[in-house]
Ligand binder design. Structure first.
Ligand code: ZN
Length: 246
């Protein structure tokens, strides 16, 4: 099975469409690591598109919980709060119900991999530090743990002989062979709001048979997405950060 791994789409339909086009024919099923909505201008369109893809596995993110009314936006900064209440007011009842129905991670994908939004020990935790990555690697019940939430593509590897970290560093592709005796904690990056300084949409492909994970970047019509943010009346900072990739 070849999985297309999508995380943190954040209501950015232009980015999602570009990724689907770039990855077309390279995958069998879609996996979503949460945060379908929040920040971006097309929450209903993105949820409709994701539902049509019929993901083999999908979990909720913190923004999905707020948009679904499961949690309040108290922990969000002012801009995220404004975007969250804007989203809440626009979701169709069906799409809101869909977000309510999404399970919390961690969720097993298959005997090789499991998925979570933040961390396997807490769906809302951010894995930035090597200490948290080590904790996640030790707690993960699979050889591969896929996560999102930080919007930062990264691969942590742990074996009996060592621990290390891989990043894309401006490349368009990072290939990671999944070796025996090594555990992997992998963030494919954000489709809809990258924060590693590269504005291109980020995604991953996991080939379960070939034991290989690849991280990719795809160009998308950035100006069109920015214009939609402004037209929607969302904070302009949300349009600016798309171009900065921050
Ligand atoms: Zn997110």
């Amino acid at each position: 099975m070849r999985y297309l791994i999508l995380s943190d789409i954040h209501a950015n339909l232009d980015a999602l469409e570009a990724v689907l086009q770039a990855a077309a024919a390279s995958y069998d099923r879609v996996v979503v690591l949460g945060d379908l909505v929040g920040y971006g201008p097309e929450p209903n369109e993105v949820i409709d598109r994701v539902r049509a893809l019929d993901p083999v596995a999908i979990i909720r993110g913190n923004h999905d919980k707020v948009a679904a009314g499961i949690e309040d936006s108290e922990g969000f900064n002012a801009i995220a709060q404004r975007a969250a209440s804007w989203t809440l007011g626009r979701l169709t009842p069906q799409n809101r119900d869909y977000l309510v129905s999404l399970p919390a991670g961690p969720l097993s994908l298959d005997p090789l991999a499991e998925i979570c939004h933040g961390a396997p020990f807490d769906e809302d935790a951010y894995i930035f530090s090597e200490l948290d990555a080590l904790r996640a690697l030790r707690l993960s019940r699979r050889q591969v743990c896929l996560f999102g939430h930080t919007h930062f593509p990264v691969v942590f590897r742990l074996s009996d002989t060592g621990f290390d970290v891989l990043t894309e560093r401006g490349e368009s592709e990072l290939e990671v062979p999944l070796e025996k005796g090594v555990k992997y904690l992998i963030n494919p990056g954000a489709v809809g709001q990258p924060r590693d300084g590269d504005p291109r949409a980020a995604y991953g492909l996991l080939d379960e048979e070939r034991r290989r994970m690849k991280l990719f970047r795809a160009q998308y019509p950035l100006e069109a997405a920015q214009a939609k943010v402004i037209r929607a009346g969302l904070p302009p900072a949300l349009a600016e950060r798309l171009a900065a990739g921050r």
